[in-house]
Design a protein around this ligand. Structure first.
Ligand code: CO
Length: 136
């Protein structure tokens, strides 16, 4: 086996109804501070990144009703939304998913937040976990 394609946990993403409430919770309870805040128009979300060691907690709040995160909140409520893994090459990792016969959400890598390149892997064939491949 060659080196693993997943090199680190980039972030754990949590869907929330109110970003400021969630930021206050992590700040007041655990002393976490906001490292990055960005509206990602293409995904219909506003996100906050809280640094935890070399990884992030990513808080996600929908900015419109047709955003996938809005649908997630409506169906399942607040909670764990996806896990982002760092990869050296998003295209290579995505190709491996397809080569192994597993489903993807993004057919090709696309721009993510912070200038990253990302692709989502379908939870249906990934043990119920929505996976995001993140290339910095
Ligand atoms: Co993410």
């Amino acid at each position: 086996m060659t080196a693993p394609l997943l090199t680190e946990i980039d972030h754990v993403a949590i869907a929330v109804n109110d970003l400021d409430d969630a930021v206050a919770y992590y700040h007041d309870t655990f002393g976490c501070t906001v490292e990055h805040r960005e509206v990602v128009e293409s995904d219909g979300v506003e996100e906050v990144l809280l640094k935890v060691a070399d990884s992030y907690v990513q808080l996600l709040m929908p900015i419109r009703d047709d955003s996938p995160v809005a649908k997630y909140l409506a169906n399942k409520g607040e909670g764990l939304h996806h896990v982002g893994y760092r990869v050296d090459d998003c295209a290579v990792a995505l190709a491996s998913v397809k080569e192994h016969g597993h489903r993807v959400i993004d057919e090709a890598p696309r721009p993510g937040s912070r200038g990253t390149t990302v692709a989502f892997v379908h939870p249906k064939t990934a043990f119920g976990t929505l996976i995001e491949l993140v290339q910095e």
